[in-house]
Design a protein around this ligand. Structure first.
Ligand code: NAP
Length: 310
């Protein structure tokens, strides 16, 4: 029986591994199919404290892994948890045919950015198409350029506002004629002279995949059906997130969108099961906050395991 199994290898997972390893719990970390999580999909991380010149996302994750393994974390790569049963005190996980039992489980499966679903979007990801203004907005390629933000929620508004620090102009493309965002965020966007709202419109193509660089977008007006082109140097897609928690459906409490609900700290409704990072967090979604909750989950799990022996 494992003391603690950590599912996921983003900032939350590796930080939980570091702390549980240093508590001599010999954690087992299952990396999932995308080792390193979302950060490995961004280029340079400039907002993780301690790296004044910024750090490559993959390098940061490899550093976290090395640090966690130095204290005894055991890592299994590319394994997919196919089923869980949290109904008994021996928490059970299936890796295809293999079965693992654990006294505690830390879920750090993250969330992925919702995509527009365009082929050109995939081809130009990290070449001008991005899903995180906080991560990428300050990159030289976006400075003093026209940038497009897609979405009408708080994330899109926050990204649009943030990008005005760097861009010459930000065009906020939204599929309806009013923002879903909170009033204060919406007002901030609509009163910002550097932001132009493009209403009732969707991005139907992104140019120019053949040149490996973003040069503009094709827009379709949903009211008139008219298409137009908007030259730009970057496309920031902010149309929501999809938490990677389908596996836990019916096993732990989640909200309507699939984010895991924690009762207190990182405690889920199931004894011994803790959750951290973007699979829980619908608000902050930063590497440093994911690492913070990973640490909290490790401490909660350690105390839970200690309580089993008292
Ligand atoms: P969200 O509120 O779900 O908004 C997603 C936006 O994307 C909506 O405007 C939606 O359009 C649009 N959208 C969805 N799918 C689309 C598609 N396929 N094509 C084009 N547009 C699409 O997501 P979010 O902005 O990431 O916010 C998530 C949660 O985090 C919210 O509760 C939000 O309040 C919170 N949040 C808070 C802050 C803050 O307070 N500082 C910052 C960020 C996020 P429709 O409006 O037409 O549905």
């Amino acid at each position: 029986m494992e003391n603690v199994v950590i599912i996921g290898s983003g900032c939350a997972g590796w930080t939980a591994a570091l702390y549980t390893a240093r508590a001599n719990l010999h954690p087992l970390l299952l990396t999932g199919e995308q080792p390193g999580g979302l950060l490995t999909t961004t280029s340079i991380v400039e907002n993780y404290p301690g790296f004044p010149e910024g750090i490559d996302g993959t390098e940061l994750m490899m550093g976290m892994q090395k640090q966690a393994e130095r204290f005894g974390t055991r890592t299994r790569y590319g394994v997919k948890v196919t089923k869980v049963d949290f109904s008994k005190s021996a928490l059970t996980l299936w890796l295809e045919e293999e079965v693992i039992e654990a006294k505690a489980v830390i879920i750090a499966t993250g969330a992925s950015h919702r995509h527009l679903g365009l082929k050109s979007e995939d081809l130009l990801e990290r070449k001008g198409v991005t899903y995180c203004a906080t991560c990428d907005g300050a990159l030289p390629m976006f400075r003093n350029q026209v940038l497009v933000v897609v979405g009408g929620g708080d994330s899109a508004c926050e990204e649009a506002n943030y990008l005005t620090h760097f861009a010459s102009k930000v065009c906020l493309v939204h599929r309806r004629d009013s923002l879903r965002a909170s009033k204060i965020m919406a007002d901030r966007v609509l009163s910002n002279p550097k932001i132009q709202a493009v209403w009732n419109s969707v991005v139907t193509d992104i140019y120019d995949a053949s040149k490996d660089v973003v040069t503009g977008v094709q827009l379709k007006n949903l009211k008139t059906g008219a298409t137009s082109e908007l030259p730009c140097a970057g496309v920031f897609v902010a149309i929501g997130h999809v938490p990677a928690t389908d596996l836990f459906k019916g096993q732990i409490d989640r909200d309507a969108e699939g984010f895991i609900l924690c009762k207190k700290g990182t405690y889920t409704n199931v004894a011994g099961v803790f959750a951290a990072g973007d699979c829980v967090d619908r608000v902050y979604r930063q590497a440093v906050t994911a690492a913070g909750t990973g640490c909290a989950a490790a401490i909660d799990a350690e105390r839970y395991l200690a309580s089993l022996h008292t």
